[in-house]
Design a protein around this ligand. Structure first.
Ligand code: UDX
Length: 444
């Protein structure tokens, strides 16, 4: 059977999922309460930067398999499978995740579900949420037991969203406890993902809480790996050793592996920081907080890198930012993204500004979001303009255009040839040969 899919919530995850599933041949209806977003998506205009996604979106719209709506009635009548792709941001002033959007979506959709369907959560949620939502569904849906809830966490990375959606590392299916419902949900999910499964993607069927946990455990592990190497960078700094060599040497051990072992300014974005905090908060509620106290350390190591970056820049300027000009390259939390949520780069820039420095930031894609998030910073329209008159240049997001930059191209613009490589992305020999005072985190 060719299922009709709805995707509820058209942010990063939802817009990608909707466009990719339509591209695979499904009839898809994307729903969002944000009318402007729906208008833009309907016109083939992606509201955020993601390489390759806009062309998939446009192709899907042209095929007429993809449409968007703001109407839950329409979605409920249309869908055999409803994917929940809503954001679960960190609550203001707390570690816990804010489930307002997910809860509201289920509470609005459920009373409209008059026929059999599968509701599939994809959002990252605290363990136990799926069981609670299954209860809401049973209570509110006129279809009763014919409206089944499953959990299918999504692991996509910004910058690789299309690739990660079409060629995932694994598909995890959290299934309901009742056997008949579980068999039905597994069958539907296997059909929905048949293209990926026939290409050999592993399918892991689990219960609801395990599926919810897989996602946060994966993010906790990745964050831990990054903070591990950044902790080694701290030791390297104290011991006059080179963390990039250390990381390279570790990476040849297959048991360790080199991915997410890149030392530098650490992790940011809309997922890793808030997910590890929400995980700690939830473990606390479950009485298992001791199991995750190490994540507090992971978070602290990560934040310390930003402080160290600011300290290093200040040191280079003789102890104060007052009256000094700082050129910042990068604002996005990572390259190939325009996302500035919890961006280490913007955090460092704002902190230097707060300490009296004149900061000019340039990012290839994130300027609009950066301006909105940090209006008190100055912005340039190129790396060169951000570096103009600078007493120190900071590389904070390793876009290819910065990695490939010739040291000579900035040399004429700056006041002093000081560069701090916050991502260990530049070749120190090349910069030093060109007369720069090159400094990096975790290197002598
Ligand atoms: C992450 C997870 O990778 C993804 O599976 C999940 O679905 C969402 O969260 P994302 O936030 O898009 O994805 O970015 P990711 O590529 O994981 O990078 C996270 C942060 O870690 C970035 O700020 C990046 O700069 C940093 N990072 C990554 C390092 O500092 N060092 C590394 O070696 C790798």
């Amino acid at each position: 059977m060719a299922y009709r899919l709805t995707v509820i919530g058209t942010g990063y995850l939802g817009a990608t999922h909707a466009a990719c599933m339509a591209d695979l041949g499904f009839e898809v209806l994307g729903l969002d309460v944000d009318e402007e977003r729906i208008a833009r998506l309907s016109a083939g205009d992606l509201p955020f930067y993601e390489p390759g996604l806009e062309s998939v979106l446009r192709r899907a719209l042209e095929s007429r398999r993809l449409r968007f709506t703001t109407s839950y009635e329409e979605a409920a009548a249309f869908g055999d499978v409803h994917f929940l792709c809503l954001g679960t941001p960190q609550k203001a002033g707390e570690y816990a995740a804010d489930l307002t959007y997910v809860d509201a979506a289920v509470d609005t959709l459920a009373p409209l579900l008059h026929r059999p369907c599968l509701v599939v959560g994809k959002s990252t949620v605290p363990v136990g949420t799926a069981a609670r939502l299954a209860g809401r569904l049973a209570e509110l849906a006129p279809a009763g037991g014919d409206a089944v809830l499953a959990w299918n966490p999504e692991f996509l990375r910004e910058g690789f969203a299309v690739q990660d959606t079409l060629k995932p590392d694994r598909i995890v299916a959290g299934l309901p406890a009742e056997q008949g419902a579980a068999e039905h949900a597994e069958k539907v999910l296997r059909e929905v993902y048949s293209t990926m499964l026939s290409a050999g993607t592993p399918f892991v069927a689990a219960d609801l809480p395990t599926a919810e946990l897989v996602k946060v455990a994966a993010n906790a592990f990745l964050a831990t790996k990054i903070s591990f190497i950044n902790a080694m960078a701290e030791v390297c700094e104290a011991a006059h050793a080179d963390v990039t060599k250390l990381s390279e040497a570790l990476s040849y051990d297959d048991r360790i592996g080199g991915r997410f072992l890149g030392p530098g300014l650490g992790f940011g974005g809309g997922c890793l920081p808030k997910d590890i905090r929400a995980f700690m908060a939830r473990a606390g509620e479950l009485g298992a907080d001791q199991a995750l106290t190490f994540l507090r350390e992971v978070d602290e190591i990560n934040i310390r890198r930003r402080i160290r970056m600011v300290d290093l820049a200040r040191e280079l300027l003789g102890g104060s930012f007052i009256g000094r000009t700082v050129g910042v390259l990068g604002a996005a939390f990572k390259p190939d993204s325009d996302d500035v949520r919890d961006s280490p780069a913007l955090d460092v820039a704002a902190s230097i500004r707060a300490q009296g420095g004149k900061v000019t930031v340039y990012d290839p894609q994130a300027m609009r979001n950066a301006r909105r998030a940090q209006p008190s910073l100055d912005f340039g329209d190129s790396a060169l303009s951000a570096a103009r008159g600078a007493h120190v240049v900071l590389l904070l997001t390793e876009w290819a255009e910065f990695r490939d930059m010739a040291p000579e191209s900035l040399a004429g613009a700056v006041s002093e040839r000081n560069i701090v490589d916050g991502r260990n992305a530049l070749d120190p020999e090349r910069w030093r040969a060109s007369g720069w005072n090159y400094r990096a985190l975790g290197r002598p």
